[in-house]
Write a protein that binds this ligand. Structure first.
Ligand code: ADP
Ligand code: AMP
Length: 243
């Protein structure tokens, strides 16, 4: 599974879907924060493509390790299946290695990272050291029952990771990826009992990051319940105002 590239299940025009001027270059670390199902992946992939930045989803990276049967994948799988967080040292090692790659020299878009205060603090140090400065945090929020509904109807391509939704973003052909033709399936951790545990884990371990970044003046709050296109336009407005 790859983590990046264009995700455009409904065939909207690519590169500049909002129809506004070409986005300016951003040498920044963007962070998509929010509960599972809030739309981080949907938006982060598009924004990354529009700004020419790599999309770094730690969830996709772990799923890739699981699919390849690597040592890291074997350690992460039972934790992911239970809806818990992979230990910070494992996540941070994987992220540090990834952002040292040449394609990250001009900035990157995190999706699902950081997820604990310890991850956020370590990331802050890395960004200082690598002269990226303060991150741009984009918080997407929605009510728990909406999140449960969304994840219950989410489908993901086993080959390229593109996500769909049976209600709002259906694939053109049943169970087949528009982008690569790969098979679509529900994620193992999108079963309702695991989803509820993931939401509880978010409240306990990740939500404190909202205040962490708000206090630093780095938080941008967006209403994730609006339609996909509206959220994207609002994200572009936020990014367009950055100096
Ligand atoms: P996350 O990465 O935050 O877990 P996703 O981007 O995978 O969330 O979105 C979860 C599900 O909700 C997907 O099936 C996606 O198609 C759908 N979705 C994303 N954004 C919206 C939205 N604004 N309104 C309704 N459904 C959405
Ligand atoms: P996601 O695709 O972001 O919903 O992540 C799927 C699963 O991967 C999570 O439920 C965690 O088990 C694991 N995971 C992804 N990102 C992180 C992270 N930053 N810290 C800890 N675990 C993570």
């Amino acid at each position: 599974m790859v983590s990046g590239g264009s995700v455009n299940p409904q065939g909207a025009p690519e590169g500049n879907p909002g129809g506004s001027a070409q986005p300016k270059k951003l040498r920044r670390a963007l962070i998509f924060l929010g509960p599972p199902g809030a739309g981080k992946g949907t938006q982060a992939k598009e924004i990354a493509q529009m700004y020419g930045l790599p999309h770094l989803s730690t969830g996709d990276m772990f799923r890739d390790h699981v699919a390849r049967g690597s040592e890291l994948g074997r350690r992460a799988k039972p934790i992911m299946d239970a809806g818990q967080l992979v230990p910070d040292d494992i996540v941070l090692g994987m992220v540090e290695e990834r952002i040292s790659q040449p394609d990250c020299a001009g900035g990157f878009v995190f999706d699902g990272f950081p997820r604990t205060i310890a991850q956020a603090e370590k990331l802050g140090k890395i960004l200082e050291r690598t002269r990226f400065g303060s991150p741009v945090v984009l918080l997407l929020e929605a009510e728990p029952e909406e999140l449960v509904r969304r994840m219950g109807s989410r489908l993901a391509c086993a080959k390229c990771g593109t996500t769909y939704n049976l209600t709002v973003q259906p694939p053109r052909e049943t169970a087949k990826c528009d982008r690569c033709g790969g098979p679509l399936a529900q994620r193992a951790d999108d079963r309702e009992e695991v989803v509820r545990e993931r939401l509880a884990v978010y409240e306990r371990q990740t939500k404190p990051l909202v205040d962490f970044y708000r206090k630093r003046g780095e938080l941008n709050e967006l209403d994730g319940t609006k339609p996909v296109e509206t959220v994207r336009r609002e994200l572009m407005d936020v990014l367009g105002r950055l100096s």
